[in-house]
Design a protein around this ligand. Structure first.
Ligand SMILES: Cc1cc2nc3c(=O)[nH]c(=O)nc-3n(C[C@H](O)[C@H](O)[C@H](O)COP(=O)(O)O)c2cc1C
Length: 365
């Protein structure tokens, strides 16, 4: 039976994927408090609809850094999509392009950034960057993203080192045979020596991710290419102000889907303060626990330009490749459209702050 909502997609994906892979996608750090709170925080926000407005015609289109999209739901950068389906990021590229939205491609994608761009050349996509100790490697990735037609760089700033994901320890997680980080393969081959693949990957992360990345690195990155820079993983208004001061044109309010600092504030709670801090000085996007069209509507009402979804598109991909990703996007878009109509809203631009009632800071609904 076709899943009716994203939670049902998760259930079907859980039946389809090997438990070790499903857990890798699903899991977060430590007690997974932030994963749970991400979801609950959207649910605690309530909507105050307006009525007797002609909502027979609706339009969900908007723009992201000046580029048109048909609706404000983007696919978040998630590593190793091919663990969900052999077509991996290629399928996501084709689905997002067909749906006229934006794909953010991870540094640790299974396919190379060039192959992903070639899979759907007319598509809109950004490249998500992790900063490496080897600045030559980082610079080479930026140059490749520019050459392959990516339209922005999205630097993930919440991962100086990896969070401790206990499910992966319990499952003794290893990448299935043949799964590689193809953007890094030439470089990794040179460094991996004779270790087995799992040990080599762990060592590669430990030895190569740059935990000393700072705002100076952001300045360095900005002058490397003409592409706009988006910082992903901002949760504090002070960091949002710094991001603007250092020339970021966008920020993603994100706690990495609860995979980094467990106990980090849910994004629905962080968003309002960040919007108040920087207003229109940069575009603000948000992700984490968005599972309903009403969650998207709440995010936009609080001032987000668009939302990103992570796990939900991986579920669609696991179930039916490109068509599955497309169905997940269509479902969430249709839910957003319905919620807008029921709230008296015809366009994304009409969505306003008075639509939402947030719990007060004491946590009461
Ligand atoms: C399996 C998986 C892999 C991820 N890989 C990356 C990554 O490579 N780079 C990154 O910036 N974020 C990564 N993320 C975080 C997502 O971009 C996004 O912030 C998060 O999934 C949003 O929460 P949601 O899954 O609840 O929608 C990953 C998330 C998951 C679930």
């Amino acid at each position: 039976m076709e899943p009716l909502n994203l939670d049902e997609y998760a259930k079907v994906a859980a039946e389809k994927l090997p438990p070790m892979v499903f857990d890798y996608f699903e899991g977060g750090s430590d007690d997974e408090l932030t994963i749970r709170e991400n979801r609950l925080a959207w649910q605690r926000i309530m909507l105050r609809p307006r009525v007797l407005i002609d909502v027979s015609q609706r339009d969900l289109s908007t723009s992201i850094l000046g580029q048109p999209v048909d609706f404000p739901i983007l696919t978040a950068p998630c590593g190793v999509n091919a663990m969900a389906h052999p077509d991996g990021e290629l399928a996501v590229a084709r689905a997002t392009t067909a749906m006229k939205t934006l794909q953010i491609v991870s540094t640790v994608a299974t396919y190379s950034l060039e192959d992903i761009a070639d899979a759907a050349p007319s598509g809109l996509r950004w490249f998500q960057l992790y900063c490496f100790r080897d600045r030559g490697l980082t610079r080479a990735l930026v140059d490749r993203a520019v050459a392959a037609g990516y339209s922005a760089l999205c630097l993930t700033v919440d991962t100086p080192i990896l969070g401790r994901r206990e499910r992966d320890f319990r499952n003794q997680f290893q990448f299935p045979l043949g799964i590689r980080w193809n953007n890094l393969v030439p470089y990794m081959n040179a460094k991996m020596g004779s270790d087995d693949e799992a040990t080599a990957l762990r060592n590669f992360v430990d030895n190569n991710w740059d935990a000393s990345t700072t705002w100076e690195t952001v300045d360095w990155l900005r002058q490397l290419s003409p592409l706009p820079l988006v910082l992903k993983g901002i949760l504090s208004p002070d960091d949002a102000r710094l991001a603007v001061a250092h020339g970021a044109q966008g920020i993603v309010v994100s706690n990495h889907g609860g995979r980094q600092l467990d106990g980090a504030i849910p994004t629905a709670a962080a968003l309002g303060e960040i919007v108040a801090a920087i207003g229109e000085m940069a575009e603000i996007y948000v992700d984490g626990g968005i599972r309903r069209g009403s969650d998207v509507l709440k995010a936009l009402a609080l001032g987000a330009r668009a939302v990103l979804i992570g796990r939900p598109y991986l579920w669609g991909l696991a179930i039916d490749g490109q068509a599955g990703v497309r169905r997940v996007l269509e479902l969430l878009k249709a839910e957003l459209d319905l919620c807008m109509a029921l709230s008296g809203l015809r366009t994304i631009q009409e969505i306003h702050r008075n639509l939402v009632i947030c719990p007060d800071r004491s946590g009461k609904a």
